[in-house]
Design a protein around this ligand. Structure first.
Ligand SMILES: *Cc1c(COP(=O)(O)O)cnc(C)c1O
Ligand code: SF4
Length: 393
């Protein structure tokens, strides 16, 4: 593991701050460690003014030196395609900037918000779709802006779920993170907190007992991490995830489906199954967003559906993520799945199962689904009327 950094002591290698200080941040440094392809070399040069380059020594050590399609390599080292903006690609692909009441908050959905805590990451993922922020082009998030975000949350009792992201919130020092979590926890209407982080994948030595205890104290808090390939599930990554779970912090995984990196049924199945062996639950499999310079990593929508079809029924339901498409221009997330309905009749619906065999599900005779007890339990509950979906007929 250490051949790239022969002078590092064990203690240094295990120290996340050493890893941060020794991250590879330029083409010249990168070339000292790895033979690059021409495409990568040009990629580093042409993306230099567009997005940060940064690879922790640990993540660098996972790269296959000889294979240009190594999935770790493809996530860490730019190629020329990333510097090419394609028509229709967006700087703010999810239309988040229209939903930023204050700079550090994206409030797009009724009951939950994204809190942008900082603009730094342990590795700058080549597929990052929030690169307008993580490139540093906007400037970081100041303490005052975080204060303003806390004030916004205090004033918005409809928010019951705060997803802390950025940037990578676990790059905050443990004391600073504790402070932020304590401030959030003092807001009574905030029920759950989520932390979106790539630390278990890219800098697992950051996860220590002290951090796990701070996260546990802020319960119910979920860590949502971002493994994209089974190659990233190393003994170190496993130890980080297990330490969190052992301390009572549930860990979920959001993966991104990327063309030629993990866009096969075997790669996704192996990833999801291995996540479960670390007690990390697959949550979303994201269709790649329409962000600038990322078309080369986008898959046709049909590919994700086909991959889900190869999972459902064939392996543990726990290993089957939701396939999410975050719609351009701020439409929000929708999910896609294989269509198992063959035919709908008034009295029954004909399905094909995961093996392609036909089965009928009969409709009940009674269709009144109102819940009488709701009137006692949920007097104040009001759900806005939902738009009609085809399946509801
Ligand atoms: C994805 C996302 C969330 C969380 O969505 P869930 O479906 O609840 O996981 C919240 N806010 C924004 C802006 C998001 O992009
Ligand atoms: S860790 Fe997340 S925010 Fe940071 S570069 Fe990677 S995808 Fe972007």
């Amino acid at each position: 593991m250490r051949p790239l950094f022969p002078n590092a002591t064990d203690a240094e290698w295990r120290d996340w701050r050493w890893q941060q200080r020794n991250a590879v941040r330029s083409l010249a440094e990168l070339e000292r460690f790895l033979p690059l392809t021409d495409d990568e070399r040009r990629g580093c040069i042409e993306t230099a003014g567009i997005f940060r380059l940064g690879i922790s020594p640990y993540y660098l050590s996972l790269i296959d030196r000889d294979h240009p399609f190594c999935p770790v390599r493809m996530q860490a080292i730019p190629t020329r395609a990333e510097a090419e903006k394609q028509p229709g690609e967006l700087r703010d692909p999810l239309g988040e900037d229209h939903h930023r009441p204050v700079r550090a908050i994206v409030h797009k959905y009724p009951d939950r918000v994204l809190l942008l805590a900082l603009d730094h990451c342990s590795v700058y993922c080549r597929h990052c779709t929030r690169r307008r922020i993580t490139s540093g082009a906007e400037g970081g998030i100041s303490r005052d802006e975080l204060k303003e975000a806390i004030d916004y949350l205090k004033a918005h009792p409809e928010v019951r779920d705060v997803l802390i992201s950025g940037g990578d919130p676990l790059l905050l020092g443990t004391a600073r993170l504790d402070e932020l979590l304590t401030e959030l926890r003092a807001i009574p209407h905030i029920e759950i907190i989520r932390i979106g982080t790539r630390i278990p994948v890219c800098l697992p030595m950051r996860v220590d007992e002290e951090l796990a205890k701070v996260l546990r104290r802020a319960a119910p808090l979920y860590v949502v991490t971002h493994f994209n390939h089974a190659k990233e599930i190393t003994p170190d990554a496993r130890a980080a995830c297990e330490l969190l779970v052992d301390h009572g912090v549930p860990v979920e995984n959001q993966a991104v489906l990327m063309r030629r990196l993990n866009s096969s049924a075997v790669a996704i199945k192996d990833l999801m199954q291995k996540c479960l062996t670390m007690r990390v639950r697959p949550y979303y499999l994201h269709q790649m967003d329409v962000a600038e310079g990322l078309e080369h990593l986008r898959t046709p929508l049909s590919k994700g559906v086909e991959i889900l079809q190869s999972l459902r029924g064939w392996t543990s339901g726990l290993a089957v993520p939701h396939l999410a498409v975050d719609l351009p221009d701020g439409g929000g997330k929708v999910t896609l799945q294989p269509d198992y309905v063959v035919e709908r009749r008034a009295s029954e619906t004909i399905f094909r199962n995961y093996r392609g065999e036909r089965y009928a599900y009969p409709e009940p005779r009674e269709t009144d689904c109102s819940v009488p007890y709701d009137e006692i339990q949920y007097q104040k509950f009001n759900q806005p009327p939902l738009p009609k979906l085809r399946i509801l007929r």
